[in-house]
Ligand binder design. Structure first.
Ligand SMILES: Cc1ncc(COP(=O)(O)O)c(C=O)c1O
Length: 392
């Protein structure tokens, strides 16, 4: 296997971080917008961003006033959490949350939070773990739709329904970053706030994300909107603006184009992903030194597959070796510390293989062949089970 693969032959299996290659539709839309005169945004009655908002609202079944464009999913999550919670409030996050959620709640002054361990190491849900953490000051529950480590698709509809029946005053935020493009968003859209970006399974262009805002939010940023310019206090505006300054029109238009395509082709995308995931999981089972973390292949997961190698360190040995063979995967904690902590994997992390829209069965076969070759070398070197150094 060649160590200097050309981009054309690169085997890219890190789509849970960023989908590659970027979709031709995203590139065409981005190029067309960026090479045209700016639409003057809010001063024209119909700007491209407003058209994109209308289309996004139609696709998501929400009013266009609820569609907020952000620069990234992290920005949208920060806006929802910090813009909703007030001093003295309590928030609950699930134990499959990404640091985009965990660090936001952990660093908000005057707000308390709990991590509800609603999923066990086999990824089975225990809803009671969430309900028992609800207190008089709880105002927000944050749920991950799909794990960026195990690929599990969680039964969030049941959680949202139970929450509504128990405490309708509590708002619910769903992080759909790993769902969009591969999973029906119907369950997520039952929530008050839903956030997703564009650069994973939409294969869009980084720099745009959507926050669906079902309850009022306080803005985190202040600035110009191109309207009501003589009014300085946002409290005097008809609605506190959540999009200020110059927005990334080209990336937003590309995002909504990719969303439209994903909604149109969702079944084919899901079927392909299911087939590839089944093949990958079956191949992993043939490698004695790879322990699969999470669910076996099936309908309740996508092709994000984490393994614990019993020889070699995921981040220090495996990912660099595979990269040297032209195969891109990722080792570490993947910004999901609670899952790794619960599985006793905080020190070494996991090796994550994540499939996108453009992967093939042959990609998986190459990965498996390279992994088997490396195992022979590792056995000879007799590396310690857990390599040195902290995972990140
Ligand atoms: C589950 C999840 N939430 C949030 C994020 C943050 O997304 P972004 O980097 O687009 O802000 C990611 C990115 O990996 C993710 O996987």
């Amino acid at each position: 296997m060649s160590a200097d693969r050309s981009p054309a032959t690169l085997i890219y299996l890190n789509n849970a971080a960023q989908g590659y290659p970027t979709s031709p539709a995203a590139i065409a839309t981005f190029n067309s917008v960026i090479s045209s005169p700016p639409s003057g945004a809010r001063q024209l009655s119909r700007s491209r961003v407003e058209d994109a908002r209308t289309l996004a609202a139609q696709l998501l079944g929400r009013d266009r006033s609820q569609i907020v464009f952000c620069a990234s999913a992290t920005n949208g999550i920060n806006q929802a959490i910090a813009g909703y919670l007030q001093p003295g409030d309590h928030c609950i996050v699930d134990n499959r949350s990404h640091n985009a959620v965990l660090r936001t709640v952990a660093n908000l002054p005057h707000v308390t939070f709990d991590i509800a361990r609603i999923y066990d190491s086999g990824e089975t849900m225990h809803i009671q773990e969430l309900l028992c953490r609800i207190g008089p000051h709880t105002r927000l529950v944050c749920l991950n739709h799909v794990s960026n480590v195990t690929g599990s698709v969680y039964g969030i509809a049941r959680v949202i329904e139970t929450l509504r029946a128990t405490r309708p005053d509590i708002a619910c935020l769903v992080d759909a970053s790993q769902a969009v493009g591969l999973v029906d968003l119907g369950d997520a859209l039952r929530a008050d706030f839903v956030v997703f970006g564009c650069q994973k399974y939409l294969h869009g262009i980084p720099g745009a994300a959507i926050l669906v805002r079902g309850r009022p939010l306080r803005p985190l940023l202040f600035g110009g909107t191109g309207a009501h310019s003589s009014i300085l206090s946002i409290d005097e505006l008809p609605e506190p603006p959540l999009e200020v300054g110059t927005v990334n029109e080209a990336a937003i238009c590309a995002l909504v184009k990719c969303l439209e395509n994903a909604f149109r082709d969702l079944h084919q995308r899901r079927d392909l992903n299911r087939e590839l995931t089944a093949h990958l999981c079956a191949e992993i089972e043939t490698i004695e030194e790879f322990q699969l973390i999470g669910r076996p292949s099936g309908d309740d997961r996508i092709g994000v597959v984490a393994v614990r190698p019993t020889v070699g360190n995921p981040q220090l040995d495996w990912a660099p070796y595979l990269a040297s063979q032209g195969i891109v995967v990722r080792g570490g904690l993947h910004c999901a510390p609670t899952l790794h902590e619960e599985c006793g994997l905080l020190a070494g992390g996991t090796l994550r293989i994540s499939l996108g829209l453009y992967n093939t069965l042959a990609d998986i076969d190459c990965l498996v062949a390279a992994a088997k070759e490396y195992l022979v070398a590792l056995r000879e070197l007799d590396l310690a089970t857990e390599g040195a150094g902290d995972a990140d």
